[in-house]
Design a protein around this ligand. Structure first.
Ligand code: USQ
Length: 390
């Protein structure tokens, strides 16, 4: 199949491109490298050194004999998006090209606005371009499990049967996100549902949990590394706990650490996305997939990192630091995740094994981590946004 990846330079985008070409798909990537610039803006970089895109593409050709076409462009520019659909008329477009950090969106008013405007604009551009020039394309849009929040009932895959005042309906499950970033994905989901309704576009909206790992079956050479962020703005808890441990710092568990999230390895995330691409929904269907393997609380996660690190002779420690976020620290969490399994998905990676690989990879790049020690401790505070005028 011919697949365009919007956001090919990102953590998942790059790994997905390598995975898809290994399975015989032809891949075209679009990116404007904004994640690299935004990470630099907060004084950080990827723990794993990553090559410039044009170098990366040469390495891919050298190692696999395959070519990935690349368009340097901004998905918030309609002319760019329309041009890509017009030129390639892809079978699938995977939209991974959004600002994906909750803390980044909470820095101040400018970062909140930038996140929501750029995320919502890129998705609108894509559905308009599909309608105008490529209505057969299947859009695989990256959303987040965080759209649902942490309700005190089970979370279905997108929709649920509800009875109210004696009448029944099948409705979108309520969304209760926890950052401006997560809300941007909620607004996207509403927009995707509406684009499907008015124009009959075929869309898969992926509610993905937290993704972890430095490797996939295709990332076998250091020159093929994907990025791995760890600073307080761009790093997820799992990445940060591993980096903190390698640096001899205590793991920064926010509050009591009872916050529970769904997790999936990078290898299995790209596998799921490939399965979603190869098995599109019915034409003109809007499909929601919950994409994660297992749920852990933050403290359970810290304990897993602790055990694996200890076995490697590292000296892990866990600290409870004041929670800079506004979120439930103790809650029920039981999202359903069956549809991908029905499409043939089987988990291939276990958390402990991946943690071991991550720690080994990070030890190799300890100097890069040392150089960025000062951007690890949390500064971005949900209750106290910075005043951009000061
Ligand atoms: N946390 C800590 N210590 C840290 C960092 C985070 O305890 O040093 C806690 C947070 O308070 C939160 C939990 O860990 O309760 C998860 O935070 P996270 O930074 O690991 O992940 P999150 O902000 O939820 O965002 C990440 C990705 C985002 C994706 C989302 C999936 O950055 O792009 O959408 O995971 S989900 O979590 O399912 O919403």
């Amino acid at each position: 199949m011919r697949v365009v990846i919007g956001g090919i330079d990102g953590y998942i985008g790059w790994a997905l491109a390598l995975h898809l070409i290994s399975r015989g798909h032809s891949v075209i990537g679009v990116d404007n490298f904004i994640t690299r610039r935004r990470v630099e803006e907060v004084g950080s970089w990827s723990a794993t050194p990553i090559l410039d895109m044009y170098e990366r593409l040469k390495v891919v050709e050298e190692l696999t004999g395959q070519r990935i076409d690349f368009v340097e462009g901004d998905l918030t520019d309609y002319a760019v998006v329309r041009g890509v659909f017009n030129k390639y008329k892809p079978d699938a477009f995977v939209h991974l090209g959004e600002q994906r950090s909750a803390p980044y969106s909470m820095i101040d008013v400018h970062h909140a606005v930038e996140t929501q405007v750029s995320n919502i604009t890129s998705s609108l551009n894509i559905v308009y371009a599909m309608k105008d020039v490529s209505p057969h394309t299947h859009l695989v849009k990256m959303g987040t499990m965080g759209e649902y929040g942490t309700p005190n009932i089970d979370i279905p895959e997108g929709f649920f049967e509800v009875e109210y005042n004696g009448r029944r309906d099948y409705l979108p499950f309520p969304r209760m996100a926890g950052s401006w970033y997560h809300w941007s994905k909620v607004h996207d989901s509403g927009n995707m549902m509406f684009a499907n309704k008015i124009w009959g576009l075929t869309i898969t909206d992926v509610m993905q949990g937290v993704v972890y790992g430095t490797r996939t079956d295709e990332i076998v050479d250091e020159r093929l590394h994907t990025r791995f962020d760890f600073d307080e703005v761009w790093g997820t808890a799992l990445n940060r706990f591993c980096v903190e441990t390698v640096l001899g710092l205590p793991m920064t568990v926010y509050g009591r650490g009872g916050q529970t999230r769904g997790f999936i390895s990078l290898t299995d995330s790209v596998q799921c996305l490939r399965i979603a691409i190869e098995n599109p929904p019915d034409k003109s269907e809007y499909r929601v997939l919950n994409q994660f393997d297992e749920a852990y609380s933050v403290i359970e996660l810290a304990k897993k990192v602790y055990e694996v690190a200890k076995r490697k002779g590292l000296e892990p420690a866990i600290a409870n630091v004041p929670n800079p976020r506004v979120e439930a620290e103790q809650h029920y969490y039981n999202p359903i995740h069956e549809k991908l399994k029905k499409l043939g998905y089987k988990r291939t990676r276990m958390l402990e094994d991946e943690l071991s690989i991550i720690l080994d990879d990070l030890v190799k790049y300890k100097e890069r981590l040392e150089a960025k020690r000062e951007v690890i401790f949390p500064r971005t505070d949900w209750r106290r946004p910075r005043n951009p005028l000061r």
